[in-house]
Design a protein around this ligand. Structure first.
Ligand code: B16
Ligand code: MG
Length: 210
């Protein structure tokens, strides 16, 4: 592949923490009596924690103050983190690890571009602590996807220009972010069906065919 750098989204691409986000939001929503299902959960992919909460609260009759929202979001995050602590290197598939290793061996620089503030904890849990050349995540950005900031920072940390990098994403918001930032993109899952995706992938290892 021609790209010097490859920037990976984390949740839904490298590992499947989306099920834990769902479980934690569901517990919080049930507690306050707000309807929440898998379909609404799909709208939360790649979206920051507070923006996700606002989407969930669209179904609430009560208006929540900023302080109350902080409490709800931190409650969800506490539940989510307890689930993350149960993750192990077994939660990283052989396909993903072997593909990353092959891309690395081929001389590509690899980075993470995730909206999550828990990205470093997740990488540690699945045994990828120190593996990536750069990490751009929810802790170093002020605008979440579809804003391109998280990927622009990742490219900057790699010392590369956006056009030299390929973004790998599972979320429509992430593909929009890549496209606005001037990046080519590879899409898996629902992002493979999106018209703005440069390379639709059927499976992660298809990256080796680009
Ligand atoms: P946190 P990604 C995103 O991860 C998730 O897809 C999204 O559902 C979540 O709200 C967001 O991270 C923030 O996560 O609460 O851990 O900071 O797909 O950008 O890797
Ligand atoms: Mg994702």
């Amino acid at each position: 592949m021609e790209y010097k750098g490859i920037i990976f989204d984390l949740d839904g691409v490298i590992c499947f923490t989306d099920k834990y986000h769902y479980m934690a939001w569901k517990e919080m929503a049930d507690e306050i009596g707000v309807y929440f299902d898998e379909k609404i959960n799909n709208r939360l992919r790649g979206v920051s924690r507070m923006a996700s909460l606002d989407i969930i609260l669209e179904k609430s009759e009560k208006e929540y103050s900023a302080d109350e929202k902080e409490i709800l979001a931190s409650k969800k995050n506490q539940i989510y983190k307890e689930l993350l602590l149960k993750m192990t290197p077994n939660d990283l598939s052989d396909e993903v690890k072997e593909t990353l290793d092959a891309l690395k061996a081929d001389g590509h620089k690899l980075a993470i571009g995730s909206s999550s503030k828990n990205a470093k904890l997740i990488l540690k849990q699945i045994g990828l602590d120190g593996y990536f050349d750069a990490i751009s995540d929810g802790t170093n950005i002020t605008h979440s996807k579809p804003h391109p900031e998280v990927f622009l920072k990742a490219a900057e940390y790699l010392g590369l220009k956006p056009e030299e990098c390929l973004v790998t994403e599972d979320a429509v918001a992430g593909i929009d972010a890549a496209s606005t930032g001037g990046f080519s993109s590879a899409g898996i899952g629902e992002a493979a069906l999106y018209e703005k995706t440069t390379y639709p992938l059927q499976t992660f290892s298809d990256l080796l065919k680009i």
